[in-house]
Design a protein around this ligand. Sequence first.
Ligand code: 4AD
Length: 437
Amino acid sequence: MKKIKWFAKELSPNMDGERVRVAGWVVRTRDLGKIVFVIVRDSTGEFQLTFKKGVVSDELLNIAKKLTTASAIITEGVIRKAKTKFGFEIIPEKIEVNFSATPLPVDIIGATETELSKRIKWRTLDLRRPKAVAIFKIRSLVVAAIREFFIKNNFVEIHTPSIGIYSAEGGADVFEVKYFDKKAYLRQSPQLYKQLLVGALEKVFEISPAWRAEPHWTTRHLCEFISVDAEIAWINGIDDVLDVLEDLIIYTLEKVRKEGKGCFETLGIEPPNVPSKPFPRVEYEDAVKLLKKAGIPLEGKEIPGKGEEWLGKHIKEKYGTDAFFIIHFPYEIRPFYTMKLEKNGKTLTKSFDLIYRGLEIASGAQREHRYDVLKQQIVEKGLRPEAFGYYLEAFKYGMPPHGGFGLGLDRYTARILQIENIREVILYPRDPLTLEP
Ligand code: 4AD
């Protein structure tokens, strides 16, 4: 590939005398009259341009004097060893500038951080802060690790429709879209399609957006998120799925620790520890008892965010680990496709949630693969089998026992980075009030 420019992190005093093409955004200028120093930042670091009267043309010196913070600048020049904090400077021979307006709507230089909603509005500018860059480099690393893990383990990457007529996860939180003269929905998850595909491809994964019309105002729910979905055929029960999810978490955290070192340093936080297998498993009923004792009420039968947080601390104290599973949720609070588990006279499910650093980051289950039982469960949940058309029909033709999980990429990344609000790790978050930018 042709080199368009040198990145800041590639430059060094050892390149003394070399001609380079560099580019970035002006951080600040220091004008001493006959000499102007300009600090420039790109997505990898900073460097200094030195404009000295007599060394550069008067035309260049005059442009340097007018540079505003955040102006885009492309320079061709020569590297010289110098007593700067970089150990070198660049003597420009040619520059090209796209001047930035002033004042800037967000602070990209100072120590103060502009409030989040404003920074998101001005994301392009916000991303010129090294800390913001570090967050999205870690996010990119997490996705790379996830994809690498699945491919290495013989999963097939799939892309399934975002618009359809099925409402996979039930509830009222689906977005309706006008599809020519029909009513359709944005998917809440690729759930039903990944199940159909596991009936032939055996091990599949998808990393793609999902939508929930949830009017919640929390730091962990958004209307659009990236779901990492996996589905596995021929399983013996949920242990086979938990095993894959444990390995996925370990693989991603190891890679992030190793390759994200610089980003964690920029952010001033410790890279995450890697939990060891097996992660603790807590029965839903035991989790509920613990929460009751701690005085934390459930939301119906659902474990609330506060409960996950409390359980996270409890498990950390008891087992010293950040990750654990809650298993066997009641059938009432799991979707129709989940396989039932009759236990102690109660109808539970072969299901689980993964809690990491006090937050549910993934949920999954063994699915019901027997046509008659699946149809019956659709009816039990108050849904119409006709509404599931070809999805349900496919189960007549030899579906294997299967199971899988959906992992929220945004929540996982936020927790790796010890960030409370998932909006910080999403470039352009969608919540009930935000459609732009
Ligand atoms: O628990 P959920 O709703 O499960 C499913 O979608 C199933 N199809 C998964 C499966 O394979 N059985 O969502 C899965 C994960 C959650 O654990 C959470 O991390 C994330 O997706 N998630 C959200 N993230 C941000 N905002 C929201 N509104 C989210 N809803 C779910």
